[in-house]
Design a protein around this ligand. Sequence first.
Ligand SMILES: [Zn+2]
Length: 446
Amino acid sequence: MADTLIRQADVIVTMDDDRRELQRADILIRDGAIAAVGHGLQASGAEEILAQGCAVTPGLVNTHHHLYQTLTRAVPGGQDALLFGWLKTLYPIWARFGPEEMFVSAQVGLAELALSGCTLTSDHLYLYPNGSRLEDTIHAAAEIGLRFHPTRGAMSIGESLGGLPPDSLVETEPAILNDMIRVVDAFHDARPGAMVRVGLAPCSPFSVSRDLMRDAALLARDKGVMLHTHLAENDEDIAYSLARFGVRPGQYAEDLGWTGADVWHAHCVKLDGQEIDLFARTGTGVAHCPCSNCRLGSGIAPVRAMRDAGVKVGLGVDGSASNDAGNLMAEARQTMLLQRVSLGADAMGAREALEIATRGGAQVLGRDDCGQIAVGKRADLAIWDLSGIEAAGHWDAVAALIFCGPMRVRDLLVEGRRVVASGQVATIDLPRVIERQTALAGKLRK
Ligand SMILES: [Zn+2]
């Protein structure tokens, strides 16, 4: 592959160790990695991308999603329900999904993320009806060209055992563990620069047994992969944990091996001070999903306290049935705004929100090769055109990205390859994908 030279960016927001911001600067990309960052770079024969009028940031990192849910956006029965009621409305619809629904909905979700500047996303797929498999989504990510961390989720406690999901959507625990081993062996790539890394992710403490939580943790350590689940999402969640397990979620997680640098939990809206200390001490990460938390009325996650304590925090759009948008830049903005709602206007600035969206997410996912623009890091980059209406008249290009947004990315590079070019997804036929998605949603409504 020829070198690529991004030239004359108005500003490059490196998110490197010194958080440098370089004016009118260039980036040289070679073999999928960043080869140089600076002024007046030259490279004969390189493909040039002119970035005048633009800010360049590291690609945004999405740490929590359920891609399949793009097929159940704005479902009437789930629009105004709290978390548990919302789940009960949607489970019967999801039970009718199959491999095609998984693939197409993932394409839509991934394309939406790409257009919002995201280069690396995780996904949490915890139901496998009608022959669906994790690779349905892995194939979708490979086609569009995003870096992908799918997690093999699971539910094993159905209604008849006192759980929330219908029995038709749960699997037996031996079958779950076998498939976890299968997908890790088939798809996980531990090497630096990996395009696919697989994690293990029982859906939540209220949809699998203690045994499966513990076994998944043991298996993840054995295979050297990461662990992910939902934790402490709202008050109902805490009450359930206390009633069923006699402990708060943090204690439950710790008891079962679910803390450590190889673990990240989604939401954590209701972590208390002790749990925040536990996460900081153990290097446990958090996927903060502000729009989903607002949408479901879950509350405001204590992100300021987490960050001050040294907890790794990244952002997640969460599933499109509880957001219902998949715009990661909007999450960065919402993160800043929500902390201000609870703590005042100086609680969080635009640069910190952008840092959480990029470098922070990469840390949560254990990717020290991503999330910053520095020599040797992967060439995952978002180029933002600041000459449009949203930011016209701005005084600070970096702050404008968050304050004036959300905006769509102009160009997006993953591993040095263009996924979005001039505001359009370059790797798949998006209008055709949307057509298929619309047809599938129509079928599900019947
Ligand atoms: Zn979720």
